[in-house]
Design a binder for this molecule. Structure first.
Ligand SMILES: Cc1cc2nc3c(=O)[nH]c(=O)nc-3n(C[C@H](O)[C@H](O)[C@H](O)COP(=O)(O)O)c2cc1C
Length: 339
C-alpha cells in the first residue's frame, strides 16, 4: 500500500491501527470522526461500556486511551507531529480526544520499533517461561508509564506479591458467583467458531488454567463450556507467574483514566520491543473494596487501574477486531451523537 497522504487516507490509516489497541473484554468502546481536514476525534462509545463491571466508565476510558496512544504513534510513523487535546469539551464527556497533524518530523528508530508491535501484540493469559526478563526491561516499562502521566509500580516483595495474587483470587471468586456479572461476561465471550469481530474469542485464552506460585487466576471466559486453546507446554514443565506490577495514576478523574490507557499501550508495545509479553488482570479493580485495599496497601495511595504480569513466553493467541470502516465516520454522518 502506498503511503497515505490525503487527510482522509491518513485518518483511515491511523484508525486501522488504533482498533488493535487493547480494550476491556475486547469491547472496542470507541468511534472516530473525521471532517476531511487534518484532524481526527476519538469518542467513547457508551453503548459498549460494561454497565455492571464498569459503572463509571473507567475501564472504557482506559481502553480509549490505549487507542489514543496508537493514533499518536501511527501519526508519528507517518512523519507527523500529533497535537493532542484530551477531553477538550467538558460539555461532551464522551469526546475523549482530538488529534490534529500539521508539522512534520521523521519518526525515530524507537517509534518505528514500537509501531512494529501494534498489529501483532496480544494479551497473554496464563503462566510464563521461568527465564528472567532481559536486563533493563522493567526500567524501560516504568519509563514508558511515566511518559504518559501514569506509573508502573513493580510489586517485587514476596509478601506484597502474594497479597496482590490473593486479591485477584478473591475477586475472581466473587465475580464467578455473581449472576449479573456473569451474564455481562457472556455477552463478550462468543462460542468457538463465532463470526463476532469483538469480545474475547476462544482462540485467545487457554482451556486449562496453569497454576503458578503465587497464583493470579485469569478470567473464566469459557464459563464452564470447556472452550479455549490446548496447552503448549507439558504440565510438568516449570511455569512462572512473571513480574507483577500495578498501573496507577495520582488522581482518579476521566483524564487520568485516559492517561492510564495511553500508558498501558506504551508499556505493552515497549514490552514487545524487549521480547516480553504482558498478562492483564482487572478483576480486583472492578470491586470497590478490593480496589481500595490495593490502593492503600500495595500502591502507596496511588489509584490502581490494572494488575500486570510481565514475562517471557511463546504467544499463540489470536484476537479479532471490527473493521475500521465500522468505527470511522465523517462528521455529520456519524452515530457518535453530541458526546
Ligand atoms: C481496562 C482493561 C482491562 C482488562 N482486563 C483484563 C482481564 O482482567 N483479563 C484479561 O485476560 N484481559 C484483560 N484485558 C485485555 C483485553 O481482554 C484484551 O485487550 C482484548 O481481549 C483484546 O485482545 P488483545 O489485547 O490480545 O488484542 C483488559 C484490557 C483493558 C484495556
Amino acid at each position: 500500500m502506498s503511503e497515505p497522504t490525503t487527510a482522509e487516507e491518513i485518518a483511515r490509516y491511523v484508525v486501522a491501527r488504533a482498533v488493535w489497541a487493547p480494550s476491556v473484554h475486547n469491547t472496542q468502546p470507541w468511534r472516530f470522526t473525521a471532517d476531511g481536514g487534518p484532524r481526527i476525534s476519538l469518542h467513547a462509545d457508551a453503548d459498549r461500556r460494561l454497565a455492571v463491571a464498569d459503572p463509571d466508565g473507567r475501564e472504557m476510558m482506559i481502553s480509549c486511551g490505549a487507542a489514543l496512544f496508537t493514533v499518536r504513534l501511527a501519526l508519528r510513523v507517518l512523519g507527523y507531529i500529533p497535537e493532542t487535546t484530551v477531553l477538550p469539551d467538558p460539555a461532551r464527556p464522551a469526546l475523549v480526544a482530538q488529534v490534529s497533524w500539521r508539522d512534520r518530523a521523521a519518526a525515530d528508530e524507537f517509534e518505528r520499533r514500537l509501531s512494529a508491535h501494534v498489529l501483532t501484540r496480544r494479551t497473554h493469559r496464563g503462566a510464563f517461561d521461568p527465564e528472567p526478563l532481559p536486563p533493563d526491561t522493567l526500567a524501560a516499562l516504568r519509563a514508558a508509564a511515566g511518559r504518559e502521566g501514569a506509573a508502573l509500580r513493580i510489586v517485587a516483595d514476596d509478601g506484597r506479591r502474594a497479597a496482590l495474587a490473593a486479591a485477584v483470587q478473591t475477586a475472581e471468586h466473587e465475580l464467578s458467583h455473581d449472576g449479573e456479572r456473569l451474564r455481562e461476561l457472556a455477552r463478550w465471550t462468543p462460542a468457538p467458531g463465532s463470526a463476532c469481530r469483538d469480545g474475547v474469542p476462544a482462540t485467545s485464552y487457554p482451556a486449562r488454567a496453569e497454576r503458578t506460585q503465587p497464583y493470579f487466576p485469569g478470567r473464566d471466559f469459557a464459563r464452564g463450556h470447556g472452550w479455549g486453546m490446548p496447552p503448549l507446554s507439558p504440565a510438568t514443565s516449570h511455569r512462572a507467574a512473571g513480574v507483577a506490577g500495578l498501573l496507577t495514576t495520582n488522581a482518579d478523574h476521566p483524564a487520568d483514566w485516559v492517561n492510564a490507557g495511553q500508558a498501558l499501550q506504551r508499556i505493552l508495545l515497549t514490552a514487545g520491543t524487549c521480547g516480553a509479553a504482558v498478562a492483564l488482570h482487572s478483576q480486583p479493580l472492578e470491586l470497590p473494596l478490593l480496589r481500595e485495599f490495593i490502593r492503600t496497601q500495595l500502591s502507596d495511595g496511588a489509584c490502581p487501574h490494572l494488575v500486570l504480569r510481565i514475562g517471557l513466553v511463546t504467544q499463540v493467541a489470536v484476537s479479532v477486531r471490527r473493521d475500521p470502516d465500522d468505527v470511522l465516520f465523517p462528521i455529520g454522518g456519524d452515530r457518535a451523537g453530541p458526546g
